[in-house]
Write a protein that binds this ligand. Structure first.
Ligand code: PEP
Ligand code: MG
Length: 761
């Protein structure tokens, strides 16, 4: 970079800093800035466009264009050259603007006489603030140095905007990022609705001074910080907690970046142009984010994400701002994060009202934890971490995946009504807590809850569940960076049973593999992990972990009954082998003189269609069986439960699937073995009623659904439901949703939230 250019740029930044320090309103500052930039770059025009709302840019200040156009000229995102710069987040440099595709002539500005155009985005780590433009009459292409210099200025403007430097005077309040309402269309991760205030998992680092006076000093600060960063990464890699799984791979990539000469060089060049070390880091982070938006290749995206994470670490080192800023959580916190690990999410625990993730997938670990915590969660809310600020009002609809940030009043009011209805229903159900779920025809249906955390156990009391029908044990494994020890597990299982106070708890042994990959287990690339090496298949092939878990369970249940359930049994031999293994451990414990459980009940989960056709001997071998409807349905329809494209495509209420359920119920009935249903459908009114009518009299669901299902069963006549379904079939219907929903509505058992659930299917 030539020295002259460097000193020009530093001079300009110095003047900008003086402008920032001088008293005066936002408009005066903007006017002065455009004058200074045009002067410094030798152009006739310099204009600043800022976002009025997420889709509209407004000309907010200009040197050179007609003053009447200021605050009048507006462009949509993507419209004209300015809109294009904003949308792509990248500079546009042309000697002949009118000849450019997308050029839009705006007579009010008088800009037709300007031929060359250079526009750069004003953005701050992925957050769009506006566009900075210079134009001149002569047909010249701006040099690389000029483009670069203008980007540095734009970076400073973004910081100034963040610091509130352009906040309007009384008569002209200027548009500012983080002000307007925004809607994000994400994907549902966990049902439920919540209203609260944003709590950023990784709060944005505040850069109080984007200007660097002394490049040598700033370079030294940057280099020191990068050294510290390298040490941090090396220490993490050397830490024994990380095996050779995914974490290590990410850290290796981190290490590579910290040694990347070009990354460091670019930041040093930014410093030479007058930025402070932290502003230089952020400038490079911003351009990496902008690139991220346009890159489709998953490998490259991951690397850009790595760079983003590293920049955040570097910024924290430079500014001394940690994750823990000392700020107090707002009331009703709703966690907003790019992504979050299960352990971090558990740390927040039940203090959160909801969670919104920019990434994440329906099957990610965070989703599993959120589900266990029964916190509404939305994933893939694109750009939310760039737009949300701590304390912003936010509404999360985990049913539809919609998130409203800084909602308008009418939206907030409508949402409030939805929440009030939910609360009223909860109160109504609380009155039923001590009553059994008995239908009007006298059929008793046992309602159990699904759990996976110690923290779930209080719900046992509150929900009125008769026990835990499915305790997913993998969460204790997923939230640690190493394999839990046997004693730790035994202690935890003991506490779960203590908390259940004599009510049965069915422990499902580790269901890992597929989407649930342990951080410390070597990841194997499988073409189709849901149908791959998972659950009991891993348990039987790697007996160490399953054996340790079985021993922990036996010890925890000493002196009381133990219920163990093996997941994903696809062949009776697997159940037989697992059952024997359990019994061998019981014998061993006995030989060691340890106290044993008073009774041991061993069950199998039916999650593959094959088990509906298993020989009768299989059913007789089991003390109980439970239908894992989530998996059973995905394999029955060959439709991935985590693939949004197909997961809602096939209905549980199709007669084909209901016939499969009825077949399993009949097989279990013939063998005299108790049967339950523990997939998510057990907590949905129409489905639950149909299952109960088909003879499944034990349903295990998330605790929040128990009240609703109980009130519905108590109002329904299951014989009538059965008759309704038979009549519908006889009339040629192949989907039972409408007739069963109509029956439900007719018995008026449904609260408003239940009717919503019915119509949502
Ligand atoms: C199921 O598959 O229905 C089930 C209950 O198990 P999971 O959701 O944990 O796979
Ligand atoms: Mg399953």
């Amino acid at each position: 970079m030539p020295d002259r250019k460097e000193s020009e740029s530093r001079k300009l930044l110095k003047r900008l800093r003086e402008t920032l320090a001088a008293p005066g309103g936002g408009q005066a500052r903007l006017d002065s800035i455009t004058r200074q930039i045009a002067d410094s770059m030798g152009t006739q025009v310099c204009s600043i466009y800022l976002f009025r709302d997420p889709d509209t840019l407004e000309l907010c200040a200009s040197e050179g264009l007609r003053p009447e156009a200021v605050h009048k000229t507006r462009l949509r995102l993507g419209e004209g050259l300015v809109g294009r710069v904003a949308r792509l987040g990248q500079p546009l440099n042309t000697a002949d603007a009118p000849a450019q595709r997308g050029f839009r002539y705006m007579p009010e500005t008088g800009e037709e006489i300007y031929s060359s155009f250079l526009g750069v985005p004003i953005q701050r780590v992925g957050e769009r603030v506006g566009v900075l433009v210079v134009q001149s009459r002569d047909k010249r292409l701006f040099s690389e140095d000029e483009v670069y210099g203008l980007e540095v200025v734009a970076m400073v403007l973004a910081e100034m905007a963040e610091l509130g430097a352009f906040l309007g005077t009384a008569e002209d309040s200027l548009p500012l990022a983080h002000r307007f309402p925004q809607v994000f269309r994400g994907r549902p991760g966990q049902e439920g609705a919540a209203e609260g205030h944003v709590w950023l998992h990784e709060p944005r680092v505040v850069i109080s001074n984007p200007f660097g006076d002394d490049p040598r000093k700033e370079r030294a600060r940057l280099n020191d910080a990068v050294d510290k960063l390298r040490q941090q990464i090396d220490a993490l890699l050397d830490g024994s907690d990380f095996g050779d799984g995914d974490h290590a791979e990410v850290l290796e990539a981190f290490r590579m970046f910290t040694r990347s000469k070009s990354w460091l060089r670019r930041m040093e060049e930014d410093i030479d142009l007058g930025l402070s070390a932290e502003a230089a880091v952020e400038k490079e982070q911003s351009s990496a984010r902008a690139r991220l938006e346009s890159v489709a290749d998953p490998y490259l995206r991951d690397r850009l994400h790595d760079l983003d994470d590293l920049s955040n670490r570097l910024l924290r080192i430079l500014t001394g701002q940690g994750r823990d800023t000392g700020a107090a959580m707002p009331p009703d916190p709703i966690l907003v994060a790019r992504n979050i690990g299960p352990a971090d999410l558990l740390d927040y625990g039940r203090s959160l009202r909801g969670v919104v993730l920019e990434e994440g997938s329906v099957g990610s670990h965070a989703v599993i934890v959120a589900r266990a915590l029964a916190i509404p969660l939305v994933v893939q809310a694109h750009r939310i971490t760039s737009e949300a600020l701590n304390g912003d009002t936010i509404l999360v609809d985990g049913d539809s995946g919609m998130v409203h940030l800084r909602p308008e009043e009418h939206v907030a009011a409508a949402f409030g009504e939805k929440l009030a209805m939910q609360e009223a229903a909860t109160l109504r159900y609380a009155g039923l807590r001590a009553l059994p779920a008995v239908s009007t025809c006298g059929q008793r249906v046992e309602l159990y809850m699904n759990a996976g955390l110690m923290a779930d156990l209080p719900s046992l009391e509150g929900s009125g569940a008769e026990g835990v029908g499915l305790f997913r044990t993998e969460l204790q494994f997923l939230t640690r960076t190493r394999v839990p020890r046997r004693a730790e597990l035994a202690e935890m299982y003991r506490r779960v049973m203590d908390n259940a106070q004599g009510r049965p708890v069915v422990f499902r042994t580790l269901d890992i593999g597929s989407d649930k990959v342990l951080p410390y287990m070597k990841r194997i690339d499988e073409p189709n992990p849901a149908m791959g090496w998972r659950a009991i298949r891993v348990g039987l092939d790697r007996k160490g972990i399953l054996g340790m878990q079985l021993q922990a369970l036996i010890r925890a249940a000493a002196g009381r009954p133990l219920h163990v359930m093996f997941p994903f049994i696809a062949d009776p031999a697997e159940f037989d082998q697992a059952h024997r293994m359990l019994m061998e451990y019981v014998a061993r414990e006995q030989a060691m003189g340890h106290a044993l459980p008073t009774d041991i009940r061993v069950g199998a989960m039916i999650e593959t269609p094959s088990m509906a056709f298993a020989p009768a001997s299989f059913f007789r071998m089991c003390d109980f069986v439970s239908i894992g409807g989530n998996d059973l349905k995905q394999f029955f329809y060959a439709a991935d439960r985590e693939n949004e494209q197909v997961r809602r495509r096939y209905d549980t209420m199709n007669t084909a699937f209901l016939d499969l359920i009825a077949t399993i119920a009949a097989r279990a009935g013939e063998a005299g073995v108790p049967l339950s249903f523990c997939g998510e459908d057990a907590g949905r009114p129409v489905e639950a009623l149909a299952f109960a009518a088909l003879g499944i009299t034990r349903l295990s669901m998330r605790p929040a659904s128990i009240g609703l299902i109980k009130s519905m069963i108590r109002a329904a006549d299951l014989d009538a439901v059965r008759a309704t379904m038979e009549a519908a079939r006889a009339s040629g219907l192949t989907n039972m949703r409408a007739p069963v929903a109509a029956y439900l509505a007719s018995v008026q058992a449904v609260s408003p939230s239940a009717s919503e659930a019915i119509s949502a299917g």
